[in-house]
Design a protein around this ligand. Structure first.
Ligand code: CP
Ligand code: NVA
Length: 327
């Protein structure tokens, strides 16, 4: 079983049934696990071409499995892709908005984890403080999957990397430019860079740089992570341009941010700085006219709809990995 060198975020825990695989961050899968997840996602997508979305894959590898999905924050893609993904794998997903759970009235995370471990075969949770998901993993006897925290969004990056691979680009050595807020999505991109050997130029305004722990870990693994306060310098010659909202969920109270972010808007002028065949990605939801213009979001280099669809295929491969069926 893989155990990552950086134990702080390691996602393995002992349980009554042995070692449980959690997916709290990409490092939990490690380089080999992440490559196996990407290969599985691409393979399953290809194998079910033209199937109706709710029809299961031929092999139904998670037949009868139940996924509990706890949401402490809003979601469209993550919820729909896990629900559809579980159906395609032969299982079922149950949607549990935290505000309607006893969790929302003070039941502890530990007790919630103990109970759901008896009612589900895996737990996905979207929450704010990353410590909550670590606590869930500590007390859960079934795999816990990070559906987004304030720190990271690993499931999203599996879909992003898959989308880039589908377009025939090699991940090794690619130059990925991030423009805008140094947020949770960027942290997982930086983590992936360390695991897979690509380079990141983070173009973020002063005060909005990415989490230094993720940066240092990726650098220690050999990735070049550049922190640039100039949008044009970040985008120049890039293979991939990525952005995200300037105001993540839970940060709505942050003032004076928009003015600092304005020079980092991805528009036609900035796209022209990248390679002519560069791809544009955005995890969505987009705030059109803020972090990216309509002309870029809907333009010929944009792969955002493939990226959104690939959330399904990525979630399925992650579910296969936590269940020990791949990697
Ligand atoms: N990209 C993403 O995670 O979207 P949702 O917030 O809609 O799940
Ligand atoms: N950075 C965004 C991602 C949304 C999918 C957020 O955390 O709100």
């Amino acid at each position: 079983m893989y155990r990552e060198a950086f134990g702080r975020r390691a996602g393995l825990s002992s349980s009554a049934s042995g070692v449980t695989r959690h997916f709290l961050n990409l490092s939990d899968a490690g380089s080999d696990g992440l490559k196996a997840i990407l290969a599985e996602a691409l393979k399953r997508k290809e194998a079910r071409k033209n199937f109706p979305r709710g029809k299961s894959d031929i092999d139904r590898p998670l037949d009868g499995h139940m996924l509990a999905m706890i949401f402490e924050k809003n979601s469209t893609r993550t919820r729909a892709s896990f629900e559809t993904g579980m159906a395609q794998l032969g299982g079922t997903a149950m949607f549990m908005p935290a505000g309607q759970m006893q969790l929302g009235r003070g039941e502890t995370i530990a007790d919630t984890a103990r109970v759901l471990s008896r009612m589900a075969d895996a737990i996905m949770i979207r929450t704010d403080d990353h410590a909550k998901i670590e606590e869930m993993a500590r007390f859960s006897e079934v795999p816990v999957i990070n559906g987004l925290t304030d720190d990271s969004h690993p499931c999203q990056i599996v879909a992003d990397l898959m989308t880039i691979m589908e377009r025939g680009k090699s991940l090794t050595g690619m130059e990925l430019a991030w423009l805008g807020d140094g947020n949770n999505v960027l942290s997982s991109i930086i983590e992936a860079a360390g695991l897979l050997g690509f380079n990141v130029r983070a173009g973020c305004p002063q005060g909005y740089e990415p989490d230094s722990t993720f940066v240092e870990e990726a650098r220690a693994r050999g990735a070049r992570i550049e922190l640039l306060e100039n949008a044009k310098a970040a985008a120049s010659g890039a293979d991939i341009i990525v952005t995200d909202t300037w105001v993540s969920m839970g940060q709505e109270h942050v003032h004076n941010k928009m003015a600092a972010m304005a020079p980092f808007q991805v528009n036609d002028r900035l796209m022209a700085e990248a390679k002519s065949d560069a791809l544009f990605l955005h995890c969505l939801p987009a705030h059109r006219g803020e972090e990216a213009t309509d002309s870029v979001l809907d333009g010929p280099q944009s792969v955002i709809w493939d990226e959104a669809e690939n959330r399904i295929h990525a979630q399925k491969a992650i579910l296969m990995w936590v269940n020990g069926l791949i990697g």
